[in-house]
Design a protein around this ligand. Sequence first.
Ligand SMILES: [Zn+2]
Length: 226
Amino acid sequence: MHIDINNIRYPYSSIPDTCPLCHHGIDPRLIGTNAIEREGHRGNILQFIFRCPRQDCQHAFIATYWQGHDFRGTLEKNFSLRNTSPYRGKEPVIPEEVKKLSANFVEIYSQAHTAEHYGLNQIAGVGYRKSLEFLVKDYCISKNPDKEQEIKAKFLGACINEFVDDTNVKECAKRAAWLGNDESHYVRKWEDKEIKDLKILLELTMAWIRNHVLTAQYLADMDTAT
Ligand SMILES: [Zn+2]
């Protein structure tokens, strides 16, 4: 594929097939172009302004293309898609019961998710760790409303040990907390693997909390049926 801007031909790789704002698969409409000429070997930049064709969205976004270098360090002819912006964090999948339990968790978890999209892995890792703290503490507070101040003041690990009695929630939360241990904040760097593991443990913790909340609800509702 190629496009001509001011009589210069720019070959490019492909157009985005999902909208960075509504996250649906789309065939975006081109509404504008911009070429940025740069000196030397840095390569030029090509930008397309697209419009999402979905009736529910209709937002514009910019797709930025860079000229890469081949293995000899020579500038490639083709422009490849580098990123699309602005990006709206994809609403992460969070069970309703968990959303009701902790609005703070939803907010922090979503922000960590967006940071991860931008490749800000240090921030994403710390964000996921922080979201775990709110999820576990709000869960503990819902079970022990009279101990709210005590729970808020405690370290996450101590909180999990003392106030989480459901074995599955406890074991998952404990392992998630290990990955983001308070003591290793300075020395340890967040790597992709750690983020991946932490996310899986967070998902498991959410699922167990949901099970726990639902089970407790049904047991309470149907207590007198027999
Ligand atoms: Zn859209």
